[in-house]
Design a protein around this ligand. Structure first.
Ligand code: GLY
Length: 405
């Protein structure tokens, strides 16, 4: 009997080791090399005229649709090139990153069109400053943070995400979307790098107000909250890109996971660390087996509903960071391992675009209710995938994810 259970124990330990080895075996360099090859394919195709920033694959032939600097996704392509430059030290990639970054300059001198300035300018000029140290880039990021701050409404305690009429948003009342959490990073960074303390305060206030109003009791996120712009009172909690007002839109929840992890990094306030884990756990508990979510966790046609691989990339990247903060070792290990499995699955033949088109990954869903960008490749899917690979490479080298490679 003892002998039998000892054998079982040996088998279990071996299985456990195999399991963790299979996660560790993910060859990050091979996947970065794949991304580099795909990026050069894309670069060979970009038009000589504007617009030339690849946003999404628009047809079966694998052609990109291009946008200009005003598009909310304009920073992801330069950001992707900066990450690839960081990982490969390839000078042509650096030149291309600089070229596409420079196209976003006007965002730093024009009034705010919406809250996406972080996605746009932090991912382009911000990475450029981190990796190339150009002081002009720093000034551009600082100016843009001040522009984003103009959208803050102190009566509400959040940034106005869409300063224009959007269906069902009771314009001219004040709307805030969960995606806005990511753009707080621009304010935190600016405040630490020569900007005012007020930028930090706005970011913290926005995160606090969002924590109070943007979540259901089970920690799943609403997409949009509409507030009375004069009294700050919450008017309603609705969706724009999700399946229903009370559903868990996958990318929305991913913005919450990544966002609250980042807010903890910047504030070291335990409330945010606790909250980051709560919004992560409800997401992880409801994932399908391959860890890549359907576009909305409540989509009525699951398992036939389209996936959103971009949410998986955002979450994988966020969980790698969260795993470095969580003090409970078993929980930290779980976050790290599940993030690695997500990256591994994104790196499989099922999710990499490979010969289908020159993006890195596919099965990304942008705006299902609108009928646009469904089950395709989109530049932010690639951006968070390469970010997750780069973060994992740093962790595998026992580096901090904030050190440059
Ligand atoms: N920020 C818009 C989106 O996640 O689709």
């Amino acid at each position: 009997m003892y002998r039998l259970s000892k054998n079982i124990a040996v088998v279990l330990v071996a299985a456990g080791l195999l399991c963790s080895c299979s996660v560790k075996r993910l060859n990050v360099d091979k996947n970065i090399a794949y991304c580099k090859k795909q990026a050069f394919r894309t670069l060979a195709d970009v038009p000589g005229d504007l617009p030339n920033i690849p946003r999404n694959i628009k047809d079966e032939a694998g052609n990109w649709r291009y946008v200009n600097y005003k598009d909310w996704t304009s920073g992801f392509w330069p950001g992707t090139l900066w990450y690839l430059y960081e990982a490969t030290k390839n000078d042509s990639l650096k030149k291309e990153a600089e070229r596409f970054t420079s196209e976003l300059y006007n965002l730093s001198v024009e009034p705010a069109f919406d809250h996406d300035l972080g996605f746009q300018v932090f991912n382009s000029y911000g990475h450029g400053y981190r990796l190339a140290g150009d002081e002009e880039y720093k000034k551009i990021v600082l100016r843009t943070a001040d522009t984003l701050a103009t959208l803050f409404n102190p009566k509400v305690g959040t940034i106005l995400s869409w300063p224009r009429s959007v269906p069902n948003m009771d314009w001219p009342q004040h709307n805030t979307i969960i995606d806005n959490m990511i753009n707080l990073e621009l304010l935190f960074w600016a405040s630490k790098n020569g900007g005012t303390k007020g930028l930090y305060d706005i970011a913290v206030k926005h995160a606090e107000t969002t924590m109070l109003n943007h979540f259901r009791k089970d920690y799943t996120s609403y997409h949009v909250v509409v507030y009375n712009k004069e009294t700050g009172k919450r008017i309603k909690q609705v969706t724009h890109q999700g399946y229903a007002d009370d559903s868990m839109w996958a990318r929305g929840q991913s913005w919450a996971i990544y966002g609250y992890t980042m807010v903890y990094r910047e504030t070291r306030d335990e409330r945010f660390l606790d909250f980051a884990q709560k919004v992560s756990d409800v997401y992880l508990d409801r994932l399908p087996e391959d860890l890549i979510p359907y576009w909305d966790f409540n989509a009525p046609d699951i398992p036939d509903a389209p996936k959103d691989a971009s949410a998986a990339g955002v979450v994988a990247s966020g969980l790698l960071e969260l795993s470095t903060f969580v003090k409970d070792e078993a929980k930290a290990k779980r976050y790290r391992e599940v993030a690695e499995k997500m990256i591994k699955n994104l790196s499989s033949a099922e999710y990499q675009s490979r010969e289908k088109n020159s993006a890195f990954i596919t099965h990304v869903t942008g705006h299902k209710p609108n009928g646009t960008e469904i089950d395709t490749s989109i530049n932010y899917g690639d951006y968070y995938y390469i970010e997750a690979l780069v973060r994992l490479k740093k962790l595998q080298q026992a580096k901090s994810i904030y050190e440059n490679l």
